[in-house]
Design a protein around this ligand. Structure first.
Ligand code: SAM
Ligand code: SF4
Length: 325
C-alpha cells in the first residue's frame, strides 16, 4: 500500500502515454512550436503493462490513460487490451476526435465510461480554442459513445471571457442526454497564459446554474475530485472541479507518470523521479515509487495556497500537455 506522510493512500495512477496531440488547446500547451517525444522514448505497450503491474502490486486499483492525446498512439488498442488483463478500473481522458477508430477495442476492454474534453458547443469557438476545425467530428463521436452505452463525462475548462457564457448551454445538454458535465476551473501551467482574472470559481458557476435549474446534491465517493449534482427532470448530471478555489488535496489518492517516464506525485508538484530509466536498466522501481509518494506535499505541490496570489512565472512546472492531465 502506498501511503504518504499525511496518511493518504495512493491507489490511482494517471498514465500519460504520449505528449503528442492532434489539437492545440491554448490553455494546455505553450504558444510556441512544440516538439514531441520520439516514439522510441515513449513507454512501449509492454513497458506500460509491466510498470502498471508493479503499481497494482502496490495497491493501485484504477489507471487512467491520458496525454497529450492518448488516442493518437497507433498502438492504443494494444495498450488498452493488455491493461484490461489487470484487476483495475481503466479510465481514459481524450479529446474525442479518434474515438470511432477504437470503439471495438473499448468495448472489448469493458470501458463503460469515458472522459471527453469539450469546452464549447460553437464550432467557430472550438476552432479558436483548439486551433483545429473538428467540432462536428467530436460531437458525432460523443453521440456514438452514448449509442454504444459508454457513459460520457464531458470536461469543460471554464475560462472567463472565453466560454463562461456557455455554461447554461452545457447544462441544457443534460435535459435529454444521459451525459455528465464537469466544470473545471482554469489552472496555471507553464506558458498557458493563465491569470487569476480568467478563473471563474465553481462557486460562481454553481450560483449561475442554480438561478435557472433546480439542483440536488448527489453522493460523492471519498476520493472524488468533483462535487456532483442532479437536476430535477434531467437525464444527465453535472459536477464541479474546484482545484483552485476549494482544493481537494486532503483526500488525494493520485499519482502520475509522464510520457517521458517521470513519476510526479502531484499535478502542481515540481519534484519528478525518473522511473523509466531505472526500469529500462532492470532496476527495482518500487523504492523510487515509494520515495516519490514520501516526498508528496500536503497541498498543491507545496507551490501555492491561495490561487489569487499566484504569480505564474514563480511556479515551477511543466505545461499540462507534458504532464498528462
Ligand atoms: N487530450 C486529452 C483531452 O484533452 O482530454 C487528454 C489530456 S488533457 C491534458 C486532460 C484534461 O486536462 C482535459 O480535460 C483538459 O481540458 C484539461 N486541462 C488542460 N489544461 C488545463 C488547464 N490549464 N486547466 C484545467 N484543465 C486543463
Ligand atoms: Fe491536446 Fe487535450 Fe491538451 Fe487539448 S487539452 S491540447 S486536446 S492534450
Amino acid at each position: 500500500m502506498l501511503k504518504d506522510r499525511y496518511n493518504r493512500i495512493h491507489d490511482y495512477l494517471r498514465l500519460s502515454i504520449t505528449d503528442n496531440c492532434n489539437f492545440r488547446c491554448s490553455y494546455c500547451m505553450p504558444d510556441e512550436k512544440m516538439s514531441f517525444l520520439k516514439q522510441k522514448l515513449l513507454m512501449s505497450p509492454e513497458e506500460i503493462f509491466d510498470i502498471s503491474k508493479i503499481f497494482v502490486q502496490l495497491g493501485v486499483n484504477k489507471i487512467r490513460l491520458t496525454g497529450g492525446e492518448p488516442l493518437v498512439r497507433k498502438d492504443f488498442g494494444e495498450i488498452i487490451s493488455k491493461l484490461s488483463l489487470l484487476p483495475i478500473k481503466i479510465g481514459i481522458t481524450t479529446n474525442g476526435l479518434l474515438i470511432d477508430n477504437y470503439l471495438e477495442e473499448l468495448k472489448k476492454a469493458d470501458i463503460s465510461s469515458i472522459n471527453i474534453s469539450l469546452d464549447t458547443l460553437n464550432d467557430q469557438k472550438f476552432k479558436t480554442i483548439t486551433q483545429r476545425n473538428h467540432f462536428a467530428k467530436v460531437w458525432e463521436n460523443i453521440q456514438r459513445c452514448m449509442q454504444e452505452n459508454i457513459h460520457v463525462k464531458l470536461n469543460m475548462v471554464v475560462i472567463k471571457g472565453v466560454n463562461d457564457d456557455e455554461i447554461i448551454d452545457f447544462v441544457n445538454l443534460t435535459k435529454d442526454l444521459p451525459i455528465h458535465i464537469r466544470l473545471i476551473e482554469f489552472m496555471p501551467f507553464d506558458q498557458n497564459n493563465w491569470n487569476k482574472e480568467k478563473v471563474l470559481s465553481n462557486k460562481i458557476a454553481l450560483q449561475k446554474i442554480s438561478e435557472q435549474f433546480s439542483l440536488f446534491k448527489l453522493k460523492d465517493d471519498k476520493n472524488d475530485t468533483d462535487k456532483k449534482f442532479g437536476i430535477f427532470g434531467h437525464s444527465g448530471t453535472i459536477s464541479f472541479i474546484s482545484t483552485l478555489s476549494d482544493s481537494f488535496c486532503s483526500t488525494c489518492n493520485r499519482m502520475r507518470i509522464t510520457a517521458d517516464g517521470k513519476m510526479k506525485n502531484c499535478l502542481f508538484g515540481k519534484d519528478e523521479l525518473d522511473l523509466i530509466s531505472a526500469f529500462r536498466k532492470g532496476e527495482n522501481i518500487i523504492p523510487i515509487i515509494k520515495k516519490s509518494i514520501f516526498l508528496k506535499h500536503q497541498k498543491l505541490g507545496g507551490q501555492f495556497d491561495d490561487y489569487k496570489n499566484i504569480q505564474p512565472h514563480n511556479l515551477e512546472n511543466r505545461s499540462m500537455i507534458k504532464i498528462g492531465g
